[in-house]
Write a protein that binds this ligand. Structure first.
Ligand code: ARG
Length: 554
């Protein structure tokens, strides 16, 4: 194309836009380049497109080229060129070698001493998928769980455990019992208004290093982390570090002092410290220290940013959070800028709220729908499904398959949605065998693998004379994979990958349903087997990036 542009129009400095048309009737690839250069060349896009098309038609790799619409050039490649391009899809299944400055991806971030709720699935799974995609594309990623492990809540909890606990030491409570005690504290505040002050005093003691309280705090962290780790394992979620809020305890003071000296932190009401923002920003002041000298969530985030920037020199810092934290992070970013820090690589990757299709899930008693219950329920429902479809499903280990399907259904059900919108939790949709769901993807993968098993050896495709419409369709879908991964990364949008996997399942199933694979003549058979293997590999790679496992048999 560059050659044509340069010889026909004397243009050497343009990056040509290429697209893969949605509809295969519009060719294998299409370009709006005629529209792009029309002004510069001083000719109509149609005229330019005509020239391009007739020049391209002479290329060896091009079967046919046509103009379409206001000046698009639609191009059909030769079978040889299409098949040769599959090499790039095969490459895209493999993780690239890591290089460059790290990318920090922070996600999950639960608060200590509380069980995970269903809503924690959102930042946890979107974050993990984003981190996986970066890693796959060769970025050095630091996966970070920044937990809420510091603050007055530990004062409250300590009081609750000693007043209403049953004498056990902290490490012997479950996270659920700790939550009950915490809730009890808040109920009791109504009868005893000194409790809040007591809690603050106890936390102050903890901050000052009281050994007994430190041990208590450590116990609670241990209990919470062990409960978390079993859930993370089920979800295929993992971290490189969990330096959490408490880690920044001793890193706040020097920053506060410097900021006071430079005038960024100003005195607010009652001796507090605040940051003010220009009127046009429409942001309220940011409280960074209370009147009694206590630091806050915001103070720890400032210290956290400073630490990451100074110690790790990352190219990007992605903090995945609920939309409710938007203002906090805007204030944080503006504060860092006032402090003179370069935060161009920082992005608060926002996720919408969870909405339940089944109302009984959101209106139940108690305050949280526990994630553990959701996962148990998912596996139970998957077991039922497997029984229902007993005659179509073959599993070497039905219990294992139910786990893979149930957890996969929940995870895929979430990451396949646009994170910027509300995320709808819908059991039926998640577990459906037909729609855009994990079971459909898993089933399609197993179907492709079973062809491969029967085929025996898979060799590289040989030259074919022509392609059927279904073959061309599947080839073109497979060829999108590399670009889809890049798109999903640039936008931090895992659902772009999920949508593609769904499209690939549909394209493969439609190919499979009316194209003989194993019974085809050579060289067609080799090509079809190869495409089937590549489909299975792309589905597996893509699913894993989205935290989903796929079975070889189902
Ligand atoms: N632990 C917080 C919460 O549960 C989320 C932390 C988000 N990350 C951060 N750097 N502030 O609300």
């Amino acid at each position: 194309m560059q050659k044509v542009l340069s010889s026909e129009f004397g243009i050497d400095d343009i990056s040509v836009g290429w697209e893969r048309p949605q509809d295969s009737a519009h060719g294998d690839i299409t370009t709006p380049v005629a529209l792009q250069i029309s002004k510069k060349v001083g000719k109509s896009p149609k005229e330019i497109a005509e020239k391009i098309v007739s020049a391209l038609a002479k290329e060896k790799t091009i079967e046919k080229a046509e103009i379409a619409g206001p000046g698009y050039a639609n191009i059909w490649l030769t079978p040889a060129a299409l098949v040769a391009a599959l090499g790039s899809t095969r490459q895209a299944c493999m993780a690239k070698v890591k290089s460059g400055a790290p990318v920090i991806v922070e996600y999950s971030q639960p608060n200590i001493a509380k069980p995970l709720g269903a809503h924690h699935l959102l930042t946890t799974l979107f974050g993990q998928s984003i981190a996986n995609i970066y890693e796959h594309l060769g970025y050095e990623v630091i996966k970070w769980n920044y937990m809420g492990d510091w603050g007055t809540q530990f004062g409250k909890l300590s009081i609750a455990v000693s007043k209403w606990g049953d004498g056990r030491i902290a490490s012997q409570y479950t996270v659920d019992e700790l939550l009950d005690l915490y809730v009890k504290f808040h109920n009791e505040v109504e009868n005893d208004d000194t409790l809040e002050d007591q809690a603050r005093a106890v936390f102050k003691k903890l901050e000052d290093g009281d050994p007994e309280l430190r041990a208590f705090w450590q116990d609670i962290i241990t209990v919470t982390k062990s409960a978390l780790s079993s859930i993370y394992e089920q979800l295929h979620v993992s971290f490189d570090t969990d330096k959490s809020e408490s880690f920044y305890e001793d890193k706040m003071e020097p920053i506060l002092e410097k900021g006071i000296a430079s005038g960024v932190f100003k005195e607010g009401e009652g001796g507090s410290l605040i940051v003010e923002f220009p009127e046009e920003s429409n942001m309220p002041p940011y409280l960074v220290r209370k009147g009694d000298g206590a630091t806050l969530y915001s103070t720890r985030d400032i210290a956290q940013m400073h630490y990451r920037l100074e110690e790790l020199k990352p190219q990007e810092i992605l903090i995945v959070t609920d939309i409710a934290q938007k203002l906090h992070f805007e204030q944080l970013a503006a504060t860092c800028e006032q402090l003179g820090w370069d935060i161009t690589g920082f992005d608060n990757v926002l996720v919408g709220r969870m909405r339940y299709a089944d109302k009984s899930m959101s209106t139940r008693k108690g305050n949280v729908l526990r994630l553990e219950e959701v996962l148990t329920e998912a596996v139970r429902r998957a077991e039922e499904k497997i029984k229902e479809h007993g005659d179509h499903i073959q599993a070497d280990d039905p219990a294992e398959l139910a786990k893979m399907m149930g957890i996969g259904a929940v995870s895929y059900g979430i990451v396949s949605q646009n994170r910027k919108q509300d995320i709808v939790f819908d059991w039926d949709k998640m577990l459906s065998f037909e729609g855009n769901s994990a079971p459909y993807l898993q089933y399609t993968h197993a179907r492709a693998r079973s062809v491969i098993t029967k085929a025996g050896e898979v060799s590289d495709p040989k030259q074919v004379e022509s392609l059927t419409e279904k073959e061309r369709g599947l080839l073109n879908t497979l060829l999108k994979f590399e670009h889809v991964l890049k798109e999903a990364r640039t936008n931090n949008m895992p659902h772009i990958l999920a949508n593609f996997l769904f499209e690939l399942c549909q394209s493969f199933n439609s190919f499979y349903n009316d194209t003989p694979i194993l019974k085809a003549e050579e060289p067609t058979r080799t090509l079809r087997v190869y495409m089937t293997l590549l489909t299975a590999d792309v589905l597996k790679t893509g699913a894993q990036l989205l935290t989903i496992s796929v079975p070889d048999r189902m």
